[in-house]
Ligand binder design. Structure first.
Ligand code: SAM
Length: 281
């Protein structure tokens, strides 16, 4: 996500370092290697601007120096800024609504504890939708239900943890859920709504990179939601992640993919049940 304030400073500052074709190729490779994200051709202009800005903010005179710095300092905080600048965080409450109906029916037949993993949680709409769905499906009882929400983007995680949204963002939430699970802001908070603690407390947010060799996840899940994220990865990366998911589901567990993601020809570990919901084969 490009930050508006930074974009403005780019346009008003002609002295920013400029990325050339070689820098861009290298940046694309670094991003792919670090986060699995494949940057499309149409993102090249945005990438040029972003690299100039990041080099400037890091106090480096050229984009080449900036990329050298990243390459030689794999633990540097700047890596977060670099990756955060290229993630696409588009999401919504009750996005692909049919999945939540399927989850509610599925979960009613399962034993507690119920654990769900939302592995690319973006600004929080998806994990909070999961928590509301589970709370409702379990007779408005939150004991023994948890949602692990993870994402690579540290900035979006900070935003997600707040659980505060504009009234426009919460439009897809059914009225009954709005009444039960949201607090309306007043005074300086008017125009905003906040997720109630009963739902917030069910969700734990953590940083997790899906392409990193180890995941700090010790539990197993009844369901894994990995929606609208694999599309940014190549097939080999997708296959590796699907294999790792298989080891993290409880017997009979499900995996939910995004509407445009089809893993049928990629793996025989997962079997498509319909509506982009998969079960272990
Ligand atoms: C388009 S959003 C999808 C959000 C949500 N799952 C949905 O369907 O509405 C993609 C999310 O994937 C995250 N992401 C990208 N690469 C990732 C990686 N390697 N590991 C974990 N999350 C990643 C991004 O930061 C972004 O928040």
């Amino acid at each position: 996500m490009i930050h508006d304030s930074l974009s403005v400073s780019y346009f008003s500052s002609p002295a920013l370092p400029k990325a050339d074709g070689q820098d861009l190729t290298r940046a694309v490779e670094l991003l792919h290697h670090r986060a699995g994200i494949l940057l499309g051709e149409h993102k090249k202009d945005m990438a040029t601007r972003t690299l100039g800005l990041r080099a400037h903010h890091a106090g480096l005179g050229s984009v080449r120096d900036y990329l050298n710095y990243l390459e030689h300092n794999p633990q540097a905080d700047e890596w977060d800024h670099f990756v955060n600048a290229f993630t696409i965080n588009h999401t919504a409450f009750f996005r692909e609504q049919h999945h939540f109906q399927i989850l509610a029916e599925f979960i009613r037949k399962r034993r507690k504890p119920i654990n769900v993993w939302c592995c690319a949680s973006s600004s929080g709409e998806e994990p909070y939708t999961l928590a509301m769905t589970l709370h409702d499906a379990c007779g408005q009882n939150d004991t023994g239900i948890s949602v692990l929400a993870t994402d690579i983007d540290t900035q979006i995680l900070t935003q997600a943890k707040k659980g505060v949204y504009t009234l426009d963002r919460i439009k897809p939430v059914p009225p009954e859920f709005l009444r039960r699970y949201f607090l309306r802001g007043t005074g300086r908070q008017s125009g905003m709504a906040m997720i109630k603690p009963v739902i917030r407390n069910m969700v734990t947010f953590e940083e997790l990179n899906l392409v990193s060799p180890s995941w700090p996840v010790s539990q197993k899940f009844d369901a894994i939601f990995c929606r609208n994220t694999m599309i940014y990865f190549d097939k080999a990366t997708q296959a590796r992640i699907l294999e790792r998911f298989a080891r993290l589901v409880k017997p009979g567990g499900l995996m939910f993919a995004g509407h445009s993601e089809n893993f049928t020809y990629l793996t025989d570990i997962w079997r498509l049940q319909g509506q982009t919901v998969y079960a272990l084969a």
